[in-house]
Design a binder for this molecule. Sequence first.
Ligand code: NAD
Ligand code: DAU
Length: 353
Amino acid sequence: MSDQKKILITGGAGFIGSHVVRLFVNKYPDYQIYNLDALTYAGNLENLKDIESAENYHFIKADIVDAHQINQLFGEHRFDSVIHLAAESHVDRSITDPLAFVRTNVIGTVNLLNAFRDTWKDNFEGKLFYHISTDEVYGTLGETGLFEETTAYDPNSPYSASKASSDHFVRAYGETYGLPHVVTNCSNNYGPNQFPEKLIPLFIHNIKTNKSLPVYGDGKYTRDWLYVIDHARAIDLVFHEGKEGETYNIGGFNEWQNIELIRVLIKQMDEKLGRPAGESEKLITYVKDRPGHDRRYAIDANKIKNELGWEPSVTFEEGLSETIDWYLENEEWLQNVTSGDYQKYYEGMYAGR
Ligand code: NAD
Ligand code: DAU
């Protein structure tokens, strides 16, 4: 879709963003990649150590909530395209502090849209604003059915409400100002570099250190899981070949009830840690449920599969094994991100459960 060369990737120091930045920097030496990130608790430049001195890579520390700063940066660099991942991304945090999610996810997105529109409004030819969203905007499913691109939005958490709002703004800018855009809504990602507040890295860490595994509610909540590298591959494809104005769902064709996923994780970890099979099951602890907890997400990813030829490249067992190995081999990364403020967050979040 776009062959432009000056690409702004927001949130590139975070989990998914760092994999997208790496892929683009390595695969497209002719593109200049600008990683804009505020380096919140979730942003970590260590994620990009291997490419930080590449000639086509540039880091900008900036906050998308600061309209003045964003306008200045667009004035200076005139980015041809934006791949927008920067967000507050953790549902539990959104329940504690919804406004932080409104600021970054809604106002931050509108600031980027304004700056992009004002830079190119006289000629949008060859420009693209690619907004990265989530399947959570569709709300929750019963035991059957799948989210399709035409499923009505019905968000249930402050996080998903803020993402839904940002999606609407992107489409509204398309209708109102003719701003060229594409949106993808992806399911749960897992893989290296994910902050250990999310289920899989948190549980890997807790199994390793023999801490309890806090399973929310009855543990029968269902998610569709996708290896982060496959999400980055999909983003590359949609950026280059997606149809302007379209939405694509991205998913792993890989549904798991939380408790079943946790058992697979325990099985793999006990093997890798040399523990007797099933030993770590004793760490499973059912705790108070997440308020407004969506029962089931499941994505129909056939549009991107049929129209663009994308599908996941690894099985869940393979991806999970790679992920565990990465966390076991990167103890220092984990130590660095779980010190200080994170300790306080962890104690606060799980104390009342
Ligand atoms: P993350 O929390 O790991 O990273 C978010 C990044 O955004 C961090 O580097 C952070 O420093 C940066 N950031 C936050 N606020 C900012 C601000 N105001 N200005 C500039 N930078 C800011 O998130 P993630 O899991 O990598 O998710 C990335 C995107 O993908 C998000 O938009 C999220 O909604 C979406 N998404 C995530 C998943 C998932 O399973 N993690 C699934 C589907 C969609
Ligand atoms: O579906 C895409 C979304 O997936 C993304 O948009 C979000 O950014 C991402 O955080 C993720 O949201 P979830 O809420 O599904 O992910 P999380 O890892 O927080 O939780 C996964 C499931 O595990 C969910 O049903 C809640 C449950 N859970 C989570 C934690 C952290 C537990 O049972 N215990 C826990 O301690």
